[in-house]
Write a protein that binds this ligand. Structure first.
Ligand code: PEP
Ligand code: MG
Length: 554
């Protein structure tokens, strides 16, 4: 048995096989082959399997995201049958006597270079596609996976790291747990794991070194432990622990229809954070009263082109209809930093977390912003929508945003398109600047929501992606809690509500503090709602109010 330790970022126990999710560049090893004929047929078998996977992905995309998005898989199938491409691979294998993986990788590089040097924009874009199909074939040949690879049974995904764009493309129904060598608690991949409520461990040293692909493993997301080829004692201990987890879960499930009201009668809204409408059943299943953060950028991450107004409208409308009149706070796109989208063609930045991200992209490129706002406003006619803007630092930004919103509203009025005239507009408090000027910001908007993930990163100057720096990160640092209190006081002095949608909102060791300073709403991963509700109904705010100073170190 091999035991590895990391940081548990989502609790729970998973039993399954370890699936090594590696990036192709790292897995291709050049080897000599004697029997080139059978190497060619090994390649052709992998090509067939890749075509079948693409067919399945096409059907899935067609059903879930429509024809326009599904088309890419048809193009990939065609490219994978291109005679020039196939001949190049076959002749590299037979002429040079090298393995199929290398032949595919070399061909991919040559073709990608050829496409990139073309003048035609459409052909230029095919460079990424030829790499993509080649990675798929190499993944099949080498028994490792790449984005989009289909595994026949549910597996534990083990990876060096996972970008949010990779995570969103994985088939979630086939994932038992995530374990990664890099990553930190508040990276977006960890957040996604919590949204899906599956065990996850990050920062696992030595994970990818042991050649452990398809070996039996157990992941304990609570303690951050991975047992590879576990012995019998460990298996039975972990089974027992899983039973306990299930029993606790059943106890919490009984609170589903109980209102989150404290012992002394203070009501709080318990909302959920989601990335796509597919997460909405989880909101209901866990008794969420609304959606406090819909990270709309995942629509952009899942797409290979700028989502059109109609495509976005369909997603927002569906979400609002499913939530049937309950509040849904949709955040405008927060692309940039770790959430990179190729077709945005963003210049490489030295410090992307402090670069042109989120609202800065929207203000720089108003056409993208206006498309999203039109889609959102049109959808507002179908439920209770609130729009929230990320990464705000100044009153001036908010005024510019509001002017654009007003302009889009009058455009819709003149086209006689209906929308909610009283739609709530809010901002995220996730920069120290916003917290400090929250007295002025509160006069401009209908609500605040504190993004503690970024607020922590920018206050403590600790990159939220950096697992090495994480040990310096005191998430309860009084500076962060003081900023939250400043924002809460300013919100209430100006008659607006304030919520928390960063990961700290789910930290039950802070619930007393949040309730004591009058936080009105907590929005957390759907799976965290029951535990949090349990804490809320156990709390007597009047009794703990005197302890606020202890948290703030006054
Ligand atoms: C935050 O920063 O706390 C937040 C909720 O936004 P994101 O994690 O998507 O940056
Ligand atoms: Mg943020």
């Amino acid at each position: 048995m091999r035991i590895l330790k990391g940081t548990g970022v989502c609790g729970g126990i998973a039993f399954g096989k370890l699936y090594l999710f590696s990036k192709t560049e790292k897995t291709v090893k050049r080897t000599h082959v004697e029997d080139t004929e059978s190497e060619i047929s090994r390649f052709e078998k992998a090509q067939q399997e890749a075509l079948e996977q693409l067919e399945a992905l096409h059907d899935k995309a067609l059903a879930e995201v429509g024809e326009a998005n599904a088309m890419i898989f048809e193009i990939h199938q065609m490219m994978l049958c291109d005679e020039d491409y196939l001949n190049s691979i076959r002749s590299i294998i037979s002429d040079q006597g090298i393995n199929a993986e290398t032949a595919v990788a070399v061909t991919a590089d040559n073709f990608a270079e050829m496409f990139s040097s073309m003048d035609d924009e459409y052909m230029k874009e095919r460079a990424a596609d030829v790499k993509d199909i080649s990675e798929r074939v190499i993944g099949i040949l080498s028994g490792t996976g790449n984005v989009g690879t289909d595994y026949s049974e549910p597996v534990i995904i083990a990876a060096e790291d996972l970008a949010p764009s990779e995570t969103v493309q994985l088939d979630k129904s086939k994932i038992l747990a995530f374990v990664t060598e890099k990553g930190s608690s508040n990276s977006h991949t960890s957040i996604l794991a919590r949204t899906m409520n599956i065990p996850a461990v990050v920062g696992v040293e030595g994970l990818m070194e042991g050649n452990d692909g398809m070996k039996d493993a157990i992941v304990d997301g609570g303690t951050g432990t991975i047992y590879i080829e576990p012995d019998e004692t460990t298996v039975s201990q972990m089974r027992e622990k899983r039973e306990d987890d299930i029993r606790r879960r059943e106890m919490l499930d009984r609170l589903k229809n109980v209102n989150p009201v404290t012992k002394d009668g203070q009501e709080i809204l318990l909302y959920a954070n989601i990335g796509t409408p597919d997460d909405l059943p989880l909101v209901y299943a866990n008794g969420g009263q609304g959606v406090g953060l819909f990270r709309s950028e995942f629509i952009y991450l899942e797409s290979d082109h700028y989502p059109t107004e109609d495509e976005q409208f369909a997603v927002y409308k569906k979400s609002l209809e499913k939530m049937a009149g309950k509040r849904v706070v949709i955040r405008t796109l927060d692309i940039g930093a770790d959430k990179q989208v190729d077709y945005f063609d963003m210049p490489k930045e030295e410090n992307p977390a402090m670069g042109v991200r989120a609202i800065r992209i929207c203000l720089n490129r108003p056409e993208i912003f206006r498309t999203q706002l039109r889609a959102l406003l049109r959808a507002s006619a179908y439920g209770k929508l609130a729009i929230m803007f990320p990464m705000i630092t100044s009153v001036d930004e908010v005024k510019r945003i509001k002017a654009i919103v007003e302009d889009v509203k009058s455009e819709l009025r003149s086209e006689e398109i209906k929308f909610d005239e009283n739609i709530e507009l809010g901002i995220m408090i996730e920069t120290p600047a916003a917290a400090i000027v929250s007295d002025r910001l509160a006069k401009e908007v209908d609500f605040f929501s504190v993004g503690t993930n970024d607020l922590t990163q920018y206050t403590l100057a600790i990159d939220r992606q950096n697992s090495e720096a994480e040990k310096f990160c005191d998430t309860h640092h009084e500076s962060i809690l003081r900023f939250i209190k400043i924002a809460a006081d300013n919100a209430h002095a100006n008659g607006i509500w304030i919520g928390i949608c960063g990961e700290l909102g789910a930290d039950i060791s802070l619930t007393e503090f949040f309730l004591s300073i009058g936080i009105d709403e907590l929005s957390v991963s759907p799976g965290k709602i029951p535990e949090l509700k349990n804490k809320v109904i156990e709390t007597d705010v009047t009794a703990v109010k005197g302890r606020v100073g202890e948290y703030l170190k006054y």
